[in-house]
Design a protein around this ligand. Structure first.
Ligand code: NI
Length: 256
């Protein structure tokens, strides 16, 4: 019934309990998980997981905080991986001025390369943006026909509208459930139902009442329940709609 559109089951933190974590997800309404790569190692592991489980798909990309280390050769492997039948997106990529202010130009260059690959191979972008709303918008707005996700979106409702106008989806995670999560709650209210997605970003950003603990995909249900409450629709209807959005964007056939 739900798609966790952003989960890092490829993180070493899941090595010890992967089977249990997957089992709990399947027992909590999760029917599909998109495992997001962010460097060479996690890209390869995401594909490995997608090959092992029918309900897991992968994305491959280079995270902005690693931008300074990306070499021209690295894109050759990325392109090869993009052609894999279970690789459904590119990223996470984007801009992060919170963790890295030193290599901003290089971050932009690595981001642009991935935007161009997204357009060339028709795979949605998974966009990470931290303390970089304006800069991210400025890079993206030079392109048209964009397809992708503002992942665990933490910007303002006004900027969310700008990203939607560029053709992008807005995905919300654990912070929308926090008592002081006023901004994501406002964003949840304004994003049209056909543009919204849910995610965990596990092992990070556990929703309330597990804030601060290691996150897992089963908890995407808590995110969906909170957004349904904010939007004043039933959990069932919201789950159905957001899952439909995810399958359409990632070009995945609904398992019936
Ligand atoms: Ni992530």
């Amino acid at each position: 019934m739900l798609v966790d559109t952003h989960v890092h089951l490829n993180s070493k933190k899941f090595d010890d309990n992967l089977e249990e974590v997957i089992e709990r997800a399947l027992n909590n309404d999760v029917e599909t998980m998109i495992v997001i790569g962010f460097d060479k190692e996690t890209n390869a592991r995401a594909i490995e997981l997608a090959e092992a489980y029918p309900f897991i798909y992968a994305t491959v990309g280079f995270h902005p905080t690693d931008a300074s280390q990306i070499m021209p050769d690295d894109y050759e492997l990325l392109v090869k991986q993009l052609k894999h039948k279970k690789v459904v997106g590119i990223g996470e990529c984007g801009l992060d001025f919170y963790w890295d202010k030193e290599f901003i130009d290089k971050q932009k260059e690595v981001f642009r390369r991935q935007i161009e690959l997204s357009l060339e191979y028709d795979k949605p972008l998974i966009i990470h943006m931290r303390d970089a709303s304006e800069a991210t918008y400025n890079v993206l707005s030079k392109y048209s026909n964009l397809k992708g996700i503002m992942h665990c979106y933490s910007g303002s409702p006004e900027m969310a509208q700008n990203f939607i106008d560029l053709g992008l989806h807005i995905s919300l995670g654990g912070p929308v459930t926090f008592k002081n999560g006023h901004k994501p709650k406002k964003v949840a209210e304004m994003v049209p139902l056909d543009k919204i997605l849910v995610e965990t970003d596990a092992p990070y950003l556990s929703p309330h009442p597990f804030r601060g603990k290691m996150n897992e995909p089963a908890r995407v249900k808590l995110v969906a329940e909170e957004i349904a409450r904010i939007k004043n629709i039933s959990y069932q209807d919201f789950a159905k709609q957001t899952t439909k959005n995810a399958y359409k964007l990632f070009n995945i056939k609904e398992n019936e």
